[in-house]
Design a protein around this ligand. Structure first.
Ligand SMILES: [Fe+2]
Ligand SMILES: [Fe+2]
Ligand SMILES: [Fe+2]
Ligand SMILES: [Fe+2]
Length: 399
């Protein structure tokens, strides 16, 4: 059975508003939930935040009151969806536990996208980025053990390994080198557009999350680590957003956003293990089908092309959260010492990279290094979760 989101009928827009009782969702159980259910919630929250912010940006560029009213109507529903989704997270989990889950999303979602991406240049961008978020997970896991006296496997289970990736100290690049080359909207595989939008949105939400929660900590090392990694997420947003063709029209961008929401809700509905959460994915899919229909209507009115030239009538295979351990290990073994230069990649440090490194570190050890040493001193050894054997790079093995 093929699912054509352009043909399926959703819930009429005037039936989509929820009252307080309907918005008051029951959060997942932090101790018994499937870690990948939590990952789907975090990923989908990032998508809804992007839906809201994109619609605001579009409205700010739109002189037509009627179109603005239409955008406002749909955006209010997106805002309710964001609340319903993000409020599935339990207040019982600590901010640091949620942070570990954010990095688990970044690892397993980006790795999956990299595996499925048909375009080699775009694939390289995901492969490059995933090794950095993988290292963030390791740094935060050590902070978690140090200040909460718990082990990250409580959050990530055995699904994602925790060990050094490309060391965080090396992620600080001159901003010029974070800009990639965009795909060409006329020739690119439609799947690539969805991938870029998804990862850009997830990284943007991670950036926003760290910039907001970082200063809530008392412990100086926690405050500092969030600052450091928060700045790298800024680099990641620059990296991923530059993959998107800036020549897309506003109507086209809106269409891509709504289509991607349909794709992801459909994917998560198909793969969800928690029946209560699955019911929300299904409800939201039915709302998004109507958003997509309305976006297509606007596109038809204002763009000269056919909707089918921009988005595919057939949904791609569902985005799946699953372990990517061997894939990530392989990348660590082959791409750990990569950095960027201009819109490309190199294996050695170059002048601009080195100059930036000198400036940002100021001759001191960054928080991402200090956290490992401090945890070693406090807990006896650093925290790792190497389920598939010793680290693939010899110099990064525990002695
Ligand atoms: Fe939405
Ligand atoms: Fe990260
Ligand atoms: Fe990131
Ligand atoms: Fe939507």
């Amino acid at each position: 059975m093929t699912f054509n989101p352009l043909r399926e009928r959703g819930i009429p827009l005037d039936k989509q508003l929820r009252n307080w009782r309907e918005l008051n969702v029951t959060p997942i159980d932090p101790d018994h939930a499937d870690p990948y259910t939590r990952c789907r919630i975090i990923a989908m929250n990032g998508i809804e935040v992007e839906a809201v912010m994109f619609s605001h940006q579009m409205a700010r560029h739109c002189p037509d009151t009627e179109i603005k009213q239409q955008l406002a109507r749909v955006r209010y529903i997106e805002a309710q969806q964001q609340k319903a989704v993000n409020w599935l997270l339990p207040g019982l989990a600590s901010v640091l536990e949620t942070t570990l889950a954010y990095e688990q999303v970044a690892v397993d979602l980006t790795a999956w996208v990299a595996r499925m991406e048909p375009d080699p240049y775009l694939q390289q961008a995901y492969q490059f980025g995933v090794l950095e978020d993988f290292d963030h997970l390791y740094r935060y896991a050590n902070l978690y053990e140090m200040i909460e006296h718990r082990k990250a496997e409580k959050v990530v289970d055995q699904l994602t390994e925790v060990m050094p990736g490309r060391p965080t100290i090396m992620h600080h690049r001159d901003p010029v080198d974070n800009v990639r080359e965009p795909y060409d909207r006329a020739t690119v595989d439609p799947l690539s557009k969805l991938h870029a939008l998804t990862i850009m949105s997830a990284e943007q939400q991670t950036m926003n999350f760290y910039m907001n929660v970082g200063p809530e900590y008392m412990e100086p090392i926690a405050r500092r680590l969030y600052q450091e990694i928060g700045l790298i997420e800024e680099e990641h947003v620059t990296h991923y957003e530059s993959l998107v063709d800036p020549g897309e029209t506003w109507w086209e961008m809106l269409l891509n956003h709504e289509y991607n929401e349909c794709y992801l809700y459909h994917s998560f509905m198909e793969t969800e293990s928690d029946p209560k959460v699955k019911a929300i994915w299904e409800l939201h899919l039915n709302m998004e089908l109507e958003h997509l229909r309305l976006a297509a209507e606007m596109f038809n009115k204002h763009d000269t092309r056919d909707v089918a030239e921009v988005v595919s009538p057939k949904l791609p295979k569902p985005v799946t959260f699953e372990p990517n351990k061997e894939y990530v290990r392989d990348l660590i073994a082959t791409q750990i010492d990569h950095t960027t230069i201009g819109t490309g990649y190199v294996q050695e440090a170059h002048e601009r990279f080195q100059k930036f490194q000198e400036q940002i570190h100021g001759g001191e050890q960054p928080p991402s290094e200090a956290v490992i040493e401090e945890n070693k001193a406090k807990s006896g050894e650093e925290y790792r979760l190497e389920t598939e054997g010793p680290h693939p790079v010899e110099r990064l093995r525990l002695s």
